[in-house]
Design a protein around this ligand. Structure first.
Ligand SMILES: Cc1cc2nc3c(=O)[nH]c(=O)nc-3n(C[C@H](O)[C@H](O)[C@H](O)COP(=O)(O)OP(=O)(O)OC[C@H]3O[C@@H](n4cnc5c(N)ncnc54)[C@H](O)[C@@H]3O)c2cc1C
Length: 512
């Protein structure tokens, strides 16, 4: 049990609302950092913080939000508040490892005990790597075999009760509100007038409500197969729990065990396509992100195929701003910008289009755009999935290219999804909604939308560029296998002694 004066930090923008670190606590602090975070994600985070503060008030506590650089702020607080203990959730992102190492060493200088817990993932990622002989599994099957050996993930611990907080008093005044209150969008310098409806409000209460709602649909949960869920339904065909898991509003372990309860005694789908399977995909990419150097980059990343991507700011801007002239792609990018969430297969479609499919632009550029616009933006998952979709790592069937026309048609023949997000095309008949440039002038006039004037011409000829790009990809793969003798991928196969979490932390920081 923590004492008065202990400091519990809920740290980073991503894992803001962690439950696991302690059974009781006095104050919760949050360190957020600005950067490549879009306004929708800020709104989500602020909502989540308000919800957390509300829950803490019920426990006679409060959330304290600190402003400033962690390494400047903490030493001051250690003295001012007589801090004796500091706890945080272990976060494997290099930025966070670096920050936590700095704060930990400052805390030690101030004789503050530091405790961290591993709870953002189902398993201790280091254990998975250790079980695999000291290297990250590069296939899902391999990961599955390892976690089978490890057994089911730990059960989540329950939330603190008022009894745990009996002797706790949290001083709070009007001044504290000014100094430690939850920031507003305005304070962060963000213009909120452009924001649309808040479809996915942040916070644990909403996360649990959403989880309950889904878990009640037992037949849906038991028959869930990800590839069969459509990317372009008018309301989401998957759970949209990702922003809540990313921000720590919902523990991956709670999600896992709730699914286990639903599955019990019933016939159900299995990994990789089931919902348990989705959580294991998360684990897979987290493991890669810890065990593979430069995971969010092509250069210096030993598993990533080196591709001679083009630099083309015009194409990149057209993709980002939903001006490619391919309605399916532009509708997805519009949904992403407006709502902050898009279906997994929609992410496939736009990621393939940007990279190996059509525009031949580096996956790192797409990664940046997603990081900014996704509510669920997650360093490890974003980097891992972008490598997959660009066939740079993990997935190697580069000759399988998504068509920006035929793919969407499979699940939405009439183009209702396109009409929702691109109202300029709403009067186009189904025959032309995916390819408005093919519509006769009279049809365009009747639809009130002239291609080239009211909606752009397609930016590329898909049939031609995709063929050329497959060839370029083939060359990159050929080069990769000819370089294989010196390839660091081979080195990765060499067993190394598994490192402890703190050794890994030190190692990562040294590499920064
Ligand atoms: C290019 C690209 C970038 C992506 N970037 C992110 C990202 O930044 N953050 C993120 O959370 N997901 C990312 N994903 C993975 C995936 O698309 C989302 O996790 C999923 O669509 C979220 O919707 P959901 O909660 O309804 O998923 P569900 O299908 O309901 O799955 C349940 C949970 O499993 C996890 N999950 C599902 N699919 C994946 C996957 N492929 N990889 C890892 N975890 C998964 C998520 O935590 C999700 O909430 C990306 C996928 C692609 C193709």
């Amino acid at each position: 049990m923590l004492q008065n004066g202990d400091l519990v930090i809920i740290q980073t923008c991503n894992k803001a609302l962690l439950k696991d670190p302690g059974k009781g606590y006095q104050e919760w602090l949050l360190c957020v950092f600005t950067g490549s975070v879009g306004i929708n994600r800020w709104r989500f985070l602020i909502g989540a913080l308000k919800d957390l503060d509300c829950s803490l008030r019920k426990l006679n506590s409060r959330l304290f939000v600190l402003r400033g650089k962690p390494e400047d702020v903490f030493p001051k607080l250690f003295n001012e508040w007589n801090v004796t203990k500091l706890t945080y959730e272990y976060d494997t992102e290099p930025y966070s490892l670096n920050r936590d190492e700095k704060v930990t060493s400052l805390a030690r200088e101030h004789e503050v005990e530091v405790i961290y817990k591993i709870s953002h993932t189902l398993y201790n990622i280091e254990r998975i790597i250790e079980e695999n002989g000291g290297k990250p599994p590069l296939t899902y099957k391999c990961l599955q075999a390892i976690v089978q050996k490890l057994g089911p993930p730990k059960k989540p611990i329950s939330a603190p009760h008022l009894e745990n907080m009996k002797d706790v008093k949290t001083p709070w005044s009007e001044k504290s509100e000014e100094k430690y209150g939850i920031p507003t969008l305005e304070e962060l310098g963000l213009e909120s007038t452009s924001l649309g409806e808040e479809l996915f409000p942040g916070g644990e209460q909403e996360a649990l409500r959403r989880l309950d709602e889904h878990m009640k649909k037992t037949a849906w949960v038991c028959s869930f197969e990800k590839p069969k869920t459509p990317p372009n339904s008018l309301s989401p065909s998957t759970t949209v729990l990702s922003p809540y898991v990313t921000f720590g509003c919902l523990s991956a372990r709670t999600f896992w065990w709730r699914l286990t309860e639903v599955y019990r005694g019933r016939k159900h789908s299995d990994p990789p396509v089931s919902l348990h399977g989705q959580l294991l995909w998360r684990e897979f990419f987290y493991t890669g992100s810890v065990g593979i150097n430069n995971f969010n980059k092509m250069e210096g990343n030993p598993v990533c195929t080196q591709v001679d991507w083009d630099t083309n700011p015009e194409y990149l801007a057209a993709w980002r701003e939903a001006r490619t002239g391919f309605p399916f792609i532009d509708a997805i990018m519009t949904q992403l910008r407006q709502e902050g969430w898009i279906h997994h297969l929609a992410r496939h479609a736009v990621a393939c289009f940007l990279t190996r499919g059509d525009l031949w632009i580096s996956w790192e550029e797409g990664q940046k755009v997603f990081e900014k616009l996704l509510l669920d933006g997650d360093w490890a998952l974003n980097a891992g999935n972008w490598q997959w979709l660009s066939a740079s790592a993990f997935f190697h069937q580069f000759f399988r290219v998504y068509s920006p026309i035929a793919f969407g048609k499979k699940t939405d023949k009439t183009g209702d999804y396109i009409k929702k997000y691109l109202p300029v095309l709403k009067k186009f008949p189904p025959d032309y909604i995916y390819e408005p440039w093919k519509a006769p002038r009279s049809v365009q006039q009747a639809a009130g939308c002239i291609v080239g004037k009211d909606y752009p011409h397609p930016i590329v000829l898909h049939e031609q560029v995709s063929k050329k790009n497959i060839q370029r990809m083939k060359e990159a793969y050929a080069k990769r296998s000819s370089d294989c003798n010196e390839s660091p991928i081979k080195e990765q196969g060499v067993k190394r002694k598994a490192l402890s979490v703190s050794e890994m932390l030190q190692k990562k920081i040294r590499k920064e």
